[in-house]
Write a protein of this length. Sequence first.
Length: 220
Amino acid sequence: MLRATITILIPALAASLFSAAAVYASDAAPAAGSPDATKGQQIATTVCAACHAADGNSVMPANPKLAGQFQEYLVKQITNFQSVNGKPPERNSAVMMGMVGTLASADDVRNVAAYFAAQTPKPGASTNKDLVDQGQKLYRGGNAAAGIPACAGCHGPGAAGIPAQYPRLSGQYAAYTTAQLTAFRSGERSNDANQMMRTIAARLSDQEIKAVADYIAGLH
């Protein structure tokens, strides 16, 4: 009975994930026209550098590395911190809402996203030897018994991501990834298309989250 349930569950979840990719690509598509990375650099050095560093390689584990992240993904996340047409932001962070509030236009968002996307990300490292094997198994193979698909199925074997669909995770701080997976699990973060990350994170234990986050930190 358990095997039959898993056989039904995994394809259904996979279908949901792939359909969500199309929705995400539509939501994240930047406006027409070419962004200006030079103008984006000006914004990065004056607005973003204190938390994310001027080149997007944050030195603080609580703040994500932005260097090398896909422009489309960055545009979506920045926009999700903004209030649109009087509606509350889709992502809640007093610090980020204050920062993105200084961006005057959609062009500013696209320009700074293009700048960070063009920067070279610095590699990270796994630090917890006791959890790295478990993290590798989850990332590469998932956990069929719990209905957890492999992270690599969407984010790639080296966590390089897929442009306009799934973000780059390679080298991201374990502390930040842990915080985001925990937020998805609790529903505190809910800006994922078709609830796909919330669905997956809801099936992860605290230890599994820490393990996969630490493994991702060392991928490059």
